[in-house]
Design a protein around this ligand. Structure first.
Ligand code: FES
Length: 101
């Protein structure tokens, strides 16, 4: 399955939650063609990353226990868990992005 979202809904640095059934996907826009989509639930203890996540370069830091996740791979680079953050492939479709779920 996939979700389509209009790029014009995002300003640089903005993040928004989109729903895919019961799953919340956090979409992050870092400017240019850099869109990322990750699961909104931290794999450590479940904090909601739209509230607790801060983007530093290409890492998303969950401020509940300061785990740093790569936005590109979901890999935890340091912090409280070794569990990866589920990420979703984002495909550029011109005025829209498509998120593969
Ligand atoms: S819940 Fe995110 S690091 Fe603990």
């Amino acid at each position: 399955m996939s979700l389509r979202i209009n790029k014009s809904e995002f300003k640089t640095g903005e993040k928004k939650v989109v729903k895919n059934g019961d799953t919340e996907i956090l979409v992050i826009y870092l400017g240019g063609s850099s869109f990322y989509a990750v699961n909104n639930k931290c794999p450590h203890l479940g904090c909601k990353l739209d509230k607790t996540g801060v983007v530093i370069r290409e890492e998303l830091v969950c401020q509940c226990h300061f785990t740093h996740f790569s936005l590109k791979t979901g890999e935890p680079r340091r912090g409280a868990t070794r569990r990866p953050l589920p990420i979703y492939k984002v495909i550029d479709k011109g005025d829209e992005i498509e998120i593969e779920t």
